[in-house]
Design a protein. Sequence first.
Length: 94
Amino acid sequence: MMYTNIVALIYDLKAKNVKGKELRVVFFIGDLSEHSQQFYQKIKNESQTHGDIVQDLSYIDAYRNLTLKGISAMQWVAKYCPEPYIVFKVRRDN
């Protein structure tokens, strides 16, 4: 499945440097109250295992709020990633 390959690539990249710069991969999510408890538990486990989840509770994590999610992600990058070499925003459509 393509999704599995993408996830494997992301985790492979997490351990690398690019041109002497640390590469950091994070996943941005919003309020998960519209999702199942099982889904929330998977996200919680991911966060505890890899420390790569950034959650902003100011918006519901839903397709209709993708603009808010993107703005939130860029605000986080501006605050926590001084002088980034490059920033990629990628999302997977079903």
